[in-house]
Design a protein around this ligand. Structure first.
Ligand code: 8YV
Length: 328
């Protein structure tokens, strides 16, 4: 049931603009230190709040959901992915879960394209060499990467971000292939001149660049397993801006170290923020700190979505970005 000025607990520091608006609209408790909450602190927040506004750094499992107070009604996630929330357990307890899709699509697709370029053209390696004083003048055989144009990109998961990446990649001269639960609409397939692969195995074995763009669900955990990674051709590169759990990180690191894959660009990790130490040592790997949607514009838009979801719920309506467990 909607309340007049609900108690909203925000678990991390958000942009000032978002926090100020939330203070104006709700009885909002902010986290000014930005320190991630322990499970105990999270359980406490869920006891005193009507609405919890968490982020990916909160593990909202069945245990904390079971300890939630009677007044908690809405989990308005600041982020698109909800794999850190047990949505089924929340729903069983009568809690609504919302997320912030759409507003981080372009930024995440931009960064994915950036990672493809960075790995293929050794951008980070080159920049580090300059800063280390290792640039002694042009050489015809130094820092040779691989051309992007004319290559095949295999997109694993052709949702909003996958499609936005495909549009960018087309402009760079890549041809688009994809694996998805179902094909995209004929209009989008035509626009992108995209080739659909029902079999992920078949697609992986044929691509030059592979990008992971699907959500992490029980069904996509280790989708790129050790067995599947072995199907990828040794000259190929893999990028992941979705979730680390989708790739078997240990198997990927071992293959990269053994030269069985040309390179990788990773923004997310299986045991985030921990990173497989093998990856840290490899020159053919570009590692970023989960910054796919890290633009001021995206963060403000994400905050706006959180606010709209809370307001709509307060008004007794179905929030626009409600996450339905069956859809996961
Ligand atoms: C967000 C993300 O910044 O939205 C997502 O799913 O992966 C990130 O880009 C993060 O989730 C914030 O909670």
């Amino acid at each position: 049931m909607a309340v007049r000025k609900p108690k909203v607990v925000v678990t991390r520091k958000l942009p000032d603009l978002v926090e100020t608006r939330m203070r104006e609209l709700f009885d909002t408790e902010l986290n000014l230190s930005d320190e991630p909450m322990s499970q105990e602190a999270l359980a406490g927040a869920m006891q005193r709040a009507d609405v919890l506004a968490p982020t990916i750094t909160d593990r909202i499992d069945r245990k904390v959901i079971d300890q939630a107070g009677e007044r908690l009604k809405l989990i308005a996630n600041f982020g698109a992915g909800v794999d850190h929330i047990d949505v089924a357990a929340a729903t069983q307890r009568g809690l609504l879960v919302t997320n912030t899709p759409g507003v981080l699509t372009d930024d995440t697709a931009d960064l994915t394209m950036g990672l493809i370029m960075a790995v293929a053209r050794r951008v980070v390696e080159g920049a580090e060499a300059v800063k280390a004083g290792a640039f002694h003048g042009w050489s015809p055989t130094w820092m040779l990467g691989r051309r992007i144009s004319g290559k095949r990109l295999g997109v694993v998961g052709m949702g909003r971000i996958g499609q936005a990446l495909a549009r960018r990649a087309r402009a760079f001269g890549l041809s688009i292939h994809y694996h998805n639960r179902k094909p995209v609409s004929p209009r989008i397939a035509e626009e992108l001149e995209a080739t659909y692969w029902e079999s992920l195995d078949q697609m992986l074995a044929r691509m030059d660049v592979i990008s992971v763009n699907c959500p992490h669900t029980p069904g996509t955990y280790h989708l790129l397993s050790a067995r599947r990674l072995k199907l990828v051709r040794p000259h190929a590169i893999i990028v992941n801006t979705a979730r680390g759990e989708i790739i078997d990180e240990a198997a990927l690191a071992a293959m990269l170290a053994a030269g069985e894959l040309a390179g990788a660009g990773l923004d997310v990790y299986e045991h985030e923020p921990a990173i497989n130490p093998k990856l840290l040592k490899l020159p053919n790997v570009v590692l970023l700190p989960h910054m796919g949607s890290a633009t001021m514009e995206a963060r403000v838009d994400m905050g706006e979505k959180v606010i709209v979801n809370i307001r709509t719920w307060m008004d007794g309506h179905n929030p626009p970005d409600r996450v339905i467990p069956a859809m996961l």
